[in-house]
Write a protein that binds this ligand. Sequence first.
Ligand code: NAD
Length: 355
Amino acid sequence: MKIAVLPGDGVGAEVIAEAVKVLAALKGRGLAFEIEQAPIGGAAYDASGDPLPEATLELATKADAILFGAVGGPRYDALPREKRPENAILRLRKELNLFANLRPASVFAELADASTLRPEVVAGLDILIVRELTGDIYFGRPRGIRKLKSGVREGFDTMRYTDEEIRRIAHAGFRAALKRNRKLCSVDKANVLETSQLWREVVSTVGKEYAAVELTHMYVDNAAMQLLKNPRQFDVIVTGNMFGDILSDEASMLTGSIGMLPSASLDEKGKGLYEPIHGSAPDIAGKDLANPLAAILSAAMMLRHSFDQERVAARVEIAVKKVLAQGYRTADIFRRGTRRVGTREMGDAVVAALG
Ligand code: NAD
């Protein structure tokens, strides 16, 4: 297995160094892989004038999985769009056809009080949102702003999904559910939208191939409410690009800590790009303050989804639980009575907890 490591900018590089440390500790113990690193984002722009240099794209294309940090920073904000660091990750997702975005939102018992919801509502929360990433109203044509005969201007976008696009994301949702508690909730707006009617029909048809998974359907407005009211009713949620964009951010806030949340973006064959959901955090970069657990948990997702190493993935997740139980906290999740550590010490603690 070949892993392309693209640390990027700011805390991206700091947290990925810790994830690599954890992977290195697992190497040889039943796990074989090669790591190759390349610059991306602002770091690559500084070196070559391109946020996604040809060599980085080639490495990512050839690799079996990609571990990505974060890109961006105020220094690059005035650049034209194609030169901006953030453009590198958008291009990478597109070039590699990473259409399935997996975002877990889980609340470790020790951190239940970090949520804005009552601990008894979120304690033990463990949901996974599978969001379609390459279609829907964000990419549908025609789109634009036009002037009507009356002189009034009108903005318009097109929501569209082909049955093929729905089928492949539905499979991704069912496959993810099979690795978890075998419950899949498909979220749409089939009471109003034609696109959603096709969505519901196709997801139901695909569901016949997964007898072991219990499929339910929910309207997106209700899903937004249920996530706040009783989030633990969900196991896996599968939904389109726009609904998933909104619901996954809502779900991540249930946990209350951006530094804890990993994500994966997968293609049809299971190749994936794994990254913490947070950005490059210029406000804390270079200070050994960033929480590396989202990056470490992203590496665990990589082991599960691209390498099919469920046991090793679980081992990493258990190690993270252990260090939290031992009281280790980076500044973002620190509470009185716990032990405040920096990025590197947190990484070392996870390595030690691997046993
Ligand atoms: P951000 O996620 O970088 O930071 C938001 C807040 O969360 C900040 O207060 C930050 O200190 C904190 N935070 C983030 N990660 C943390 C961690 N690991 N540990 C502790 N605290 C953490 O979002 P932003 O400030 O809106 O964006 C900063 C830069 O990152 C921008 O250039 C933006 O475009 C970029 N960005 C990149 C990605 C990506 O690469 N996928 C995603 C989001 C934002």
